[in-house]
Design a protein around this ligand. Structure first.
Ligand SMILES: Nc1ncnc2c1ncn2[C@@H]1O[C@H](COP(=O)(O)OP(=O)(O)OP(=O)(O)O)[C@@H](O)[C@H]1O
Length: 383
């Protein structure tokens, strides 16, 4: 038997083939190949042509263990044939885990990775008042961008009404911790983190636990999310902000002054003042306003008429006052509401619905105006 790990290039051909196969197994939480994460221990091939591999999970009870085991077995069987693989699933030692977190996050004092010169585009979704559909739109936009092949993170900073986990089918899901590193759960290709995931919530996961935090604690928590959560290299980080112009909006403005802001409003002209204010405050902290989305616009009736339940003109009014484009008018839509309740974003499940089509249009507008990558160093390989 010959054993690995050894540097590539001096591995015997048979072992190299096994290693190459395992390099295609992606850790579903960290989203990098298990070989890059040093999760592959001894690797050998016996005289009967059977492969033996030790796979080291990051933590005991790793929620992705079953998937990693199945994927590793399938990958190795692709080389040596079905039934010819013996896998031993173990757990990393404390030192190995420390080495991994240092490799992923760097050593020493960690800093917030989403600085103005990072390649990640930061988009904060805000609204003047609550209940206008900001979280529903943010969740669908994130999924739509991920479906376009972008690497997307979503931070639910709506501390008083965290609904993102439920909207993405992650109710009750808790993030895995590896040492001090927090791994965001992944839903529909989006890495998601929410304050709701750290609180005792009811069975729906919608967050019945009261959060009555004051400014400094909120600021620390958001800073910790941005620093300790391992998002890896992202193309886009979306933030679901609480409605209004309170402490969180100001913290985000200080921590992420380069964020671009999307303002969500309803068609009622009366809502325009508060919606405009959220854009103005964002600008005061140095952020730019990308555009306005009007949600809950007219509902098409079977006879072809449109029922303007919440009036009309609010989105255009806010956009003109802020001097930015009105990106979309998202109609009232029963499937959009139902998809949210079921944790199944309609941009995937019912893309032909008029509301889904309008949200997909906003995703196109965002995807088409990314930060230029030309001439900038690209990050390490990433899945
Ligand atoms: N276009 C729409 N058509 C029908 N229902 C909608 C639409 N947009 C949102 N909703 C529904 O309106 C309700 C409020 O939406 P949501 O929770 O996304 O609002 P919000 O602005 O994030 O609220 P808050 O900030 O107070 O948490 C939800 O039940 C959602 O399903």
């Amino acid at each position: 038997m010959s054993a690995s790990p050894e540097p590539a290039g001096i591995r015997p051909a048979g072992i190299e083939a096994l290693h190459q196969a395992l390099a295609r197994v992606i850790d579903p939480e960290i989203r990098r190949p298990i070989t890059e994460l040093d999760m592959v221990g001894e690797l050998s091939l016996d005289d009967a042509g059977r492969a033996h591999a030790v796979i080291k999970l990051t933590i005991i009870g790793c929620p992705a263990a079953r998937r990693i085991e199945d994927d590793s077995r399938a990958a190795l069987e692709g080389v040596v044939g079905a039934g010819n693989v013996e896998l031993a699933m173990t757990v990393m030692s404390v030192e190995e885990r420390k080495a991994l977190t240092a490799k992923l996050q760097g050593t020493g004092t960690r800093t917030m990775p989403f600085t103005p010169d990072s390649l990640t585009r930061v988009i904060a979704v805000t609204s003047g008042k609550g209940g206008v559909g900001k979280s529903t739109l943010t969740a669908n936009l994130a999924v739509a961008l991920a479906a376009r092949g972008l690497r997307v993170g979503l931070l639910d900073a709506d501390v008083h009404g965290f609904s993102i986990p439920g909207l993405l089918g992650l109710a009750g899901v808790k993030p895995t911790r590896v040492g001090e590193m927090i791994l965001p759960p992944v839903a529909f290709g989006v890495k998601v983190i929410s304050i709701g995931m750290f609180l005792d919530t009811d069975s729906s996961g919608s967050g019945s636990a009261a959060v009555a935090w004051r400014g400094p604690m909120l600021h620390r928590t958001i800073n910790q999310f941005l620093t300790d959560v391992y998002f890896g290299d992202l193309d886009v980080l979306l933030l679901d902000l609480p409605p209004g112009t309170g402490d969180v909006a100001i913290s985000i403005g200080q921590l992420l002054p380069h964020a671009e802001v999307l303002v969500v409003t309803t068609p009622q002209p009366a809502a325009a003042d508060v919606a405009e204010r959220s854009g103005v405050v964002a600008r005061q902290t140095g952020q730019s306003v990308f555009g306005v989305i009007e949600n809950m616009a007219g509902l098409a009736q079977p006879d072809g008429t449109v029922l303007e339940l919440f009036g009309s003109g609010g989105g255009a009014e806010v956009a003109s006052r802020l001097g930015v484009p009105l990106l979309a008018r998202i109609p009232l839509s029963v499937p959009l509401r139902e998809g949210g309740d079921a944790g199944s974003p309609i941009v995937l499940s019912e893309p032909d619905d008029a509301a889904a089509a309008a949200i997909l249009g906003v995703a196109d507008a965002l995807a088409g105006t990314g930060r230029g990558l030309a001439g900038r160093p690209l990050p390490l390989s990433f899945a």
